[in-house]
Design a protein around this ligand. Structure first.
Ligand SMILES: Nc1ncnc2c1ncn2[C@@H]1O[C@H](COP(=O)(O)OP(=O)(O)OP(=O)(O)O)[C@@H](O)[C@H]1O
Ligand SMILES: [Mg+2]
Length: 478
């Protein structure tokens, strides 16, 4: 099995999480321990190993304070297959809607693409070399029909006889230039050298896509009944129409390269091993993030329109407790999948869940609502902080965006204020406020190339003063 990086100590995990999430120390500690426990479990002798069950977690906290973010980052850090689902979206067996076992099937699909991507990366270098070799073959094999070389034309000064060229003309000229080069070069090695130096990107080649790639792509709708029978429609189709007619396309080298690389990678990957590893990864390292658990709990649980929420809890129980789920790739045992549930629990409490489910979530952590000081940190510290995102985005237009300290403080202060007066949506408020402040700059950016824009306190106030003066307006806009 591909090594999963859950050997990080709890302290290391927390400090990794600190790079993205401000505060919420208790929740970070809890998830870090849960991950470490998996590693510990794997060190145990066989008999004991199967006995140790994951300590599932309930994160309790208001909206927008980092519950989902913590779980998602955690999964990324340890390369665990991760899926986020809303408990309230599932229905009791027998009702129309998705049944809970589809959670596991979806998790398997996530795992497959995760492992496949990792395997692609493992073979990337080899695939690149193979694709390059094939490109050269294709270049040498293909002679464009009636490819007269344009005379006396310079591509660099894109103008012929005072006529301005369209982009298409330029491309065509580059193409014929490249063609001339290839013809002059002749040999495999010489063409390879040209290819590597980037001189042949515009050259056209003929490319026969591998059969599998041309298959019409059928979306198999997640109809639980069919999936449970383990029928793989794509596979069936592949068998019915084994190779299909080969279609030849004309492509530029730059377009063909990624396709050839992917093809080479896929042929280098052992698909069966991918599936095996992916299944193993789900059972040993899978994480299910069960959002809105509070919505299926509660004294009023049975007052729902038609579906009993207690029924959903009962359905959830077996997969949380550990059971076998049929998927199109094989049977998954859910014993060691980690469940991280979340909810605001404003109305209902974890104690309103059915006892069996409560027992399955022994760890409860509370996340605190975020303060103005937290907002300042969230705006500046994380590697993906919104201010960094906007600065980078506008830099692509040549605009130099800068936030001053008092500008940031003002944004944090206003966000906290709107959270108090309208609805408390936590850190999500920062996004709406920032978007409003930067709206004009964002719109005008293409014309502002080379300029600097400073987001300071006066500017923030100026941008938001009309909206803030009108409470109704701020409800809509911020
Ligand atoms: N403590 C935090 N530090 C940094 N960013 C945060 C923090 N809390 C929330 N955010 C940001 O706010 C957004 C929403 O956070 P998240 O999705 O984790 O909310 P949540 O707690 O899951 O809320 P909900 O209950 O509504 O699902 C994310 O983009 C996240 O990056
Ligand atoms: Mg969430």
């Amino acid at each position: 099995m591909t090594v999963v990086d859950d050997a990080l100590t709890p302290a290391e995990l927390v400090s990794e999480l600190d790079r993205y999430i401000i505060g919420q120390h208790e929740a970070k500690r809890a998830v870090a321990i849960a991950i470490r426990n998996r590693w510990r479990r794997r060190q145990l002798p066989d008999e004991l190993r199967d006995e140790v069950l994951p300590k599932n977690i309930i994160m309790i906290g208001p909206t927008g304070v980092g519950k989902t973010e913590i779980a998602r980052r955690l999964a990324q850090l340890v390369k665990a297959p991760f899926i986020k689902v809303e408990a309230s979206k599932y229905t009791e067996v027998g009702y129309v809607g998705r049944d809970v076992e589809s959670i596991i099937r979806d998790l398997v699909a996530v795992s497959i693409s995760l492992v496949k991507e990792e395997s692609r990366q493992e073979v990337a270098q080899k695939a690149r070399a193979q694709a390059e070799g094939r490109l050269v073959d294709l270049i040498l094999a293909y002679r464009a029909p009636g490819n007269d070389t344009e005379q006396g034309v310079t591509i660099e000064g894109i103008e012929i006889d005072g006529q301005e060229l369209t982009q298409k003309d330029v491309q065509r000229l580059r193409e014929s230039r490249a063609r001339e080069r290839v013809e002059a070069a002749g040999t495999h090695e010489a063409v390879m050298a040209q290819l590597r130096s980037g001189q042949l990107e515009e050259l056209e080649i003929e490319y026969q896509a591998a059969a599998a790639r041309q298959m019409p792509h059928f979306e198999v709708f997640s109809n639980a009944g069919v999936e449970q029978m383990g029928v793989d429609f794509q596979e069936l189709l592949d068998r019915v129409m084994p190779s299909g007619p080969q279609r030849t396309t004309r492509l530029r080298v730059s377009e063909a390269r990624p396709m050839l690389e992917q093809e080479a990678a896929d042929s280098l990957i052992d698909q069966e091993r991918v599936t095996r590893d992916a299944l193993e990864r789900v059972t040993q390292n899978g994480i299910v993030f069960l959002d809105e658990l509070d919505k299926i709990a509660g004294p009023h649980a049975k007052q729902g329109p038609d579906v009993s929420r207690e029924g959903v809890q009962r359905d959830l129980l077996p997969i949380v407790e550990g059971s076998s789920v049929n998927t199109r790739y094989g049977i998954i045992n859910t014993d060691h999948i980690l469940f991280i549930a979340a909810g605001a629990f404003h109305v209902s409490k974890p104690s309103d869940l059915i006892p069996e489910l409560q027992g399955r979530f022994p760890i409860r952590v509370e996340l605190s609502s975020l303060s103005e000081e937290d907002f300042v940190r969230i705006l500046t510290e994380p590697e993906n902080a919104l201010t960094r995102q906007y600065t980078a985005l506008l830099a692509t237009e040549g605009v130099d965006l800068a936030f001053t300290e008092d500008g940031i403080a003002e944004i944090a202060q206003i966000s906290a204020q709107v959270n108090r007066s309208a609805q408390n949506i936590g850190a999500r408020r920062l996004a709406t406020v920032l978007e409003k402040i930067l709206e004009d700059i964002s719109f005008d950016a293409p014309g502002l190339s080379g300029e600097r824009r400073v987001i300071d306190q006066p500017l923030v106030r100026e941008r938001l003063k009309d909206i803030l003066a009108d409470e109704d307006l701020s409800r809509y806009i911020l």
